[in-house]
Write a protein that binds this ligand. Structure first.
Ligand SMILES: [Zn+2]
Ligand SMILES: [Zn+2]
Length: 85
């Protein structure tokens, strides 16, 4: 009787989705939100940020504050794991 060893899968890629960064529209140019990659890893199901409605920009902001959405850090998505690499 032989025991079959199952492969250990600590991080399944199917749990994440590669989504276009809202802050730079996927270009990655001069973008801190996605660290210049243009894409971010989002936990599935990928949901657009409810605070900025996926735009990545702060709405009704005071002129002195940052234009980046504080909820999604400018990525436009909820539950962002990190910038894609
Ligand atoms: Zn970006
Ligand atoms: Zn947002």
């Amino acid at each position: 009787m032989s025991a079959r060893v199952l492969p250990v899968m600590p991080l399944r890629s199917t749990q994440y989705s590669l989504e276009s960064c809202a802050g730079c529209h996927g270009s990655g140019i001069s973008c801190a939100a996605c660290e210049g990659n243009g894409y971010v890893l989002v936990l599935i199901p990928a949901l657009k940020c409810g605070h900025c409605l996926g735009s990545g920009m702060e709405r009704n902001r005071p002129a002195s504050s940052s234009p980046v959405c504080v909820s999604c850090a400018g990525t436009g998505w909820e539950n962002v794991i990190r910038a894609a690499r």
